[in-house]
Write a protein that binds this ligand. Sequence first.
Ligand SMILES: [Zn+2]
Length: 258
Amino acid sequence: MLSTDTRQLKTEAICLKVFPHGESDFIVHFLSPELGKFGVIAKNVRKAKSQLKGACEVISVVQLELHRGKNLHILSQYESKQSFPAIRSDIILLAGALVAVELLAGVTNEGDTDSGYLYDTLLESLQRLEGLSQREEEKLSGLFEQLCLLSMQVLETSGYGLSVDTCVICHHTQEMTAPVYYFSPSLGGVLCAECGSTVPSSSRVKTRAETLKALAAPSAYSWSPEVGLNTQKLLHYYLSHKLERSLKAYAFLFDLLI
Ligand SMILES: [Zn+2]
């Protein structure tokens, strides 16, 4: 809930990104339901005994108290709401959670305040990752399911929606029986083999029916590590094109999965 005091702000938020600033401060990006994505300066937190350190841990959910600033708000107090210990103690889950927050950080803009749905979607994904089984196979399936659900919902809501079952040129719904499909980030989705062959190879990649089926219905899909990795590679290819930069958390996840 936002405070009505004009100098003070209070809001719940998820920590998306932390950068060193000067010798002793951090700049921290958060996502909140009311403020959208915003930056905060956390002063002196890089010194030994700062009480504010816990607010500067990526993926943590915190209740923030801020002094309103011209460019950046100033962190004055926080209360930890959820810290996700199971995610933090498992490197694959941590990599997946970092993909989730980097995705949200990438598709949101500062100043877009109508972020309640995106906030709830990210929070729910983190909570589901936290509750996943520790058995390796179930954990990986759950991770891929959650990352695909989150990605498809967040992309759709942010205006980056992509078509994974209907060819973006001929508009035919694909039966997913062909040996090869194509995917074009600039055209926003899948291409049947025929249409794909008309698009320059620099603007598309080959993909398989299994990858597209998994993206179209993540909760109904029977995941394998190979298909899981391929879905994330396709999403990374798409996002890198849309955001015009590579996303580090995906590279970290791929290193762990290959
Ligand atoms: Zn087509």
